[in-house]
Design a binder for this molecule. Structure first.
Ligand SMILES: *[C@@H]1O[C@H](CO)[C@@H](O)[C@H](O)[C@H]1NC(C)=O
Ligand SMILES: *[C@@H]1O[C@H](CO)[C@@H](O)[C@H](O)[C@H]1NC(C)=O
Ligand SMILES: *[C@@H]1O[C@H](CO)[C@@H](O)[C@H](O)[C@H]1NC(C)=O
Length: 224
């Protein structure tokens, strides 16, 4: 496009009187030159903006890779429910547990609200209590969560009692240990919004009231 009007420039003589036809041709060429410069400028600006956008996107991606928060990881370290070993109701007996809570983030600390623990049997809550007051967990830190809960069920008049005593008779009782809290990630200078934290550790308690070995150090499920 740029070379087509080059010869016209060479033959242009300013001293000569302009014929009406020549004048309109000059206007046309001037118009074409202006148009071409404008479109070149627009193309240039466009590619500059695109490269800038690309650079910004790459920087944002690298920052995101480095700073995106990972959820804390929870592992069931021990659990015992001596009261379950008897064939009587476990009401008033104790559940004790040890769960490790690992913040694997390199640059991100976590603020925890109070942690509540509960034990579920067949989706029925049979014990619950707060186990830890609010705390701050630095990056790359493992916090041990210890708890002792008192069983409030099932008792012999509960609808699930038959199911429960049958489980006790087989020597294996499936339970869920549930932890809930609210957490906030602290990314260097700014705090992120608050998330509701739910942790679920599936486990089975054997005849001696202790968690079966295959459930020890199992990773618990975490969801927000
Ligand atoms: C809890 O479990 C962790 C990891 O297995 C262990 O290091 C810690 O000593 C345990 N704490 C108690 C009080 O049992
Ligand atoms: C984790 O953080 C707590 C509180 O800051 C600290 O007392 C504990 O020593 C830390 N544990 C590890 C393994 O760094
Ligand atoms: C047994 O548990 C039910 C609810 O789970 C409760 O309403 C009832 O009072 C309890 N009975 C005894 C004897 O504790």
């Amino acid at each position: 496009m740029s070379s087509s009007y080059q010869p016209s420039y060479a033959t242009y003589q300013p001293q000569q009187r302009q014929q009406p036809q020549q004048t309109s041709r000059r206007r046309y060429i001037a118009h074409r030159v202006k148009e071409s410069l404008t479109s070149r400028f627009a193309k240039c600006l466009c590619s500059l903006v695109l490269s800038l956008l690309l650079i910004v996107a790459v920087i944002m991606f690298i920052l995101w890779l480095n700073l995106r928060p990972h959820r804390p990881r929870f592992y069931l370290s021990s659990f015992s429910a001596p009261g379950l070993a008897q064939s009587t109701s476990p009401v008033n007996s104790a559940f004790t547990f040890n769960v490790t809570d690992r913040n694997s983030n390199g640059k991100i600390g976590i603020y925890y609200d109070s942690i509540y623990a509960s034990v579920l049997y067949n989706d029925n809550q049979i014990a619950s209590a707060p186990v830890l007051s609010p705390f701050y967990q630095p990056s790359k830190n493992t916090t041990v969560i210890l708890g002792t809960l008192t069983a409030v069920g099932p008792n012999t008049t509960d609808p699930i009692w038959d199911h429960f005593s049958a489980d006790v008779a087989t020597g294996q009782v499936r339970l869920v240990l549930k932890l809930t809290s609210k957490i906030r990630f602290q990314v260097k200078m700014w705090d992120t919004r608050q998330h509701n934290l739910h942790v679920e550790c599936d486990l089975t308690v054997g005849q001696d009231g202790n968690v079966l070995s295959q459930y020890v150090n199992e990773r618990c499920t975490v969801y927000f």
